[in-house]
Write a protein that binds this ligand. Structure first.
Ligand code: ACK
Length: 223
């Protein structure tokens, strides 16, 4: 019955509507523009450039060829564990092509990735597979994220530095959340958009004063 079976996509996720994508890109670019002028950031510039006193233009540093989205389930065209079962879930079938509002509660920057933390609603968590937070996580990080609530990895990749794969954005977010839990938060800087914290090795986390909401459509992505 091959013709009645849905093909398994690369991944399922919430995709920002085109006009929302522009709005979010502008707001998050404003953050990057401000970040690389801060004294606190400049003190740690070598973590980005490899040398002290060298400047970095973060807007050029991060690139993103993908449409902005929050991945719900990475299926790898059926190669990922549970991919086919996920495709067949009633809640997935019912939600496909439906509009959903996503809430972004924080922005983060590391030498590898630039991302937005997403706070999923209870309804959206029904589309977040059990154990999805842990898939592919390094043995070093795994025990440190055990106590984080499910959905902690939910994010939008806003950009990656040259040669870096988007999958790392979620790992960087988990690492930051683990460091926060371990009390490793350093310098805090008040910014217009919220409170910026430094978490060693070039990691910066901005907790937004007001969440940024964005209209999205839950869809599958092929190719
Ligand atoms: O930014 P992302 O969530 O990270 O969006 C892209 C999307 O799938 C297409 O590549 C994510 N992705 C890639 N590989 C994996 C993986 N092994 N586990 C979870 N998400 C992944 C990537």
């Amino acid at each position: 019955e091959a013709e009645t079976e849905a093909k398994v996509p690369l991944f399922f996720g919430w995709f920002l509507l085109a006009e929302e994508e522009e709005r979010i890109k502008c707001a998050t670019m404003d953050f990057l523009k401000t970040l690389d002028t801060l004294e606190a950031f400049k003190e740690h510039i070598s973590e980005f450039t490899g040398e002290a006193d060298k400047e970095v233009d973060l807007e050029q540093y991060f690139q993103n060829p993908m449409p902005l989205h929050c991945t719900a389930m990475f299926c790898d065209y059926g190669k990922a564990e549970g991919a086919k079962e996920y495709t067949e879930l009633q809640v997935v079938k019912d939600t496909i092509d439906k509009s959903e509002e996503l809430s972004v509660t924080a922005l983060f920057v590391t030498p590898r990735t630039f991302g937005a933390r997403v706070a999923l609603t209870d309804a959206q968590m029904k589309l977040w597979p059990e154990g999805a937070d842990k898939v592919g996580v390094s043995p070093q990080l795994l025990p440190r994220i055990e106590a984080l609530p499910p959905g902690s990895r939910a994010h939008v990749t806003l950009g990656c530095s040259a040669g870096v794969e988007a999958v790392l954005t979620g790992f960087d977010l988990l690492e930051i959340l683990a460091l926060q839990k371990e009390g490793k938060e350093g310098t805090q800087v008040e910014m217009e958009m919220g409170t910026l914290a430094y978490l060693t090795e070039g990691r910066w986390f901005l907790t937004l004063r007001e969440p940024i909401t964005a209209d999205t459509k839950f869809s599958s992505f092929f190719d």
